[in-house]
Ligand binder design. Structure first.
Ligand SMILES: NC(=O)c1ccc[n+]([C@@H]2O[C@H](COP(=O)([O-])OP(=O)(O)OC[C@H]3O[C@@H](n4cnc5c(N)ncnc54)[C@H](OP(=O)(O)O)[C@@H]3O)[C@@H](O)[C@H]2O)c1
Length: 257
């Protein structure tokens, strides 16, 4: 019996992905900082879907957190066949407004922990007949976004890393999928402190975390390389590719300045 390990599973998209996988019969390992929320999610999942659900509360911005998570799985004898790197957050506003520590911590959670977990769990994933890595990027990955500069760069990194790793693992038992959600109705905007203009723009195109999770898990099991969720977000990414960078960046900046 194998397990799906989901980071950032205390709420939002990660919680919805955990529920989606549990509904398909997977045991789930839920990771985030908020122990109480994790416990509630795990209790609901195990009673609703009759699968095993365990939790580990840790802060993925701490450098040895991925090692601790890996050793926890080994000690508990949890064979992982699905690794979902979903934990992440943004900080909106001028680059200089944030301290180096704030920007570095975001980079650690969004990029470094994600790469570290892929590296640590790959040998275990390779041992399974079929296994999956599901990395959550963002529609922010397809262009630079002034006033969300570090966040959009971290998500561009996730997109490129995931596609590269997928190609390296071609022919192995491990399939890598990267998902780029657009605006989704979660606490993301609260933590990112997105201004009124950004919130109003997001509200017009918001998807539910449940819909994003369903599309993500379907894409993962279908072995897709990359998915941008929703038609409007797909059009946005296409226009970002088509139009001059300067025009795209000025337009994006107006949402977050
Ligand atoms: N919502 C959107 O509009 C949107 C759009 C594109 C991409 N995304 C991406 O989707 C993913 C999920 O975000 P969401 O929208 O579901 O936001 P959310 O509701 O704020 O959830 C973020 C999750 O990440 C966890 N997390 C944050 N910092 C962490 C840390 N230092 N260590 C461990 N876990 C941490 C949070 O749990 P704790 O706070 O309990 O630690 C929470 O479970 C993120 O990667 C985000 O960048 C979101």
């Amino acid at each position: 019996m194998t397990f799906a390990l989901i980071t950032g599973a205390s709420k939002g998209i990660g919680k919805a992905i955990a529920e989606q996988l549990a509904s398909r019969g997977y045991n789930v390992l839920l990771v985030a900082r908020s122990e109480q929320l994790l416990r509630e999610v795990a209790n609901n999942i195990s009673s609703q879907f009759k699968v095993q659900a365990d939790i580990l509360s840790l802060d993925l911005s701490v450098p040895d957190a991925p090692e601790n998570l890996y050793h926890w799985c080994i000690e508990k004898n949890y064979p992982v066949s699905i690794l979902v790197n979903n934990a992440g957050y943004g900080l909106s506003g001028s680059f200089e407004r944030f301290s180096p520590g704030e920007n570095l911590n975001m980079m650690r959670v969004n990029m470094i922990a994600l790469v570290h977990l892929c590296q640590l769990f790959l040998p275990m994933l390779r041992q399974q007949k079929e296994s999956y890595i599901l990395n959550i990027a963002s529609s922010a990955a397809y262009q630079a976004i002034p006033y969300l500069s570090v966040y959009s760069a971290t998500k561009a990194f996730v997109l490129r890393f995931s596609r590269g790793l997928r190609r390296e693992l071609h022919g192995s038992s491990v399939s890598v999928t990267v998902i780029s959600p657009g605006a989704t109705d979660t606490d993301f905007v609260v933590r990112a402190k997105v201004g009124e203009k950004g919130v109003k723009t997001a509200e017009k195109v918001n998807m539910t975390p449940q819909k994003v999770a369903e599309l993500s898990v379907n894409a993962m099991f279908a072995g897709k390389a990359e998915l941008i969720t929703g038609f409007i977000n797909k059009v946005g990414a296409f226009l970002s590719w088509l139009m001059p960078n300067g025009v795209v960046e000025k337009t994006a900046m107006k949402i977050y300045e």
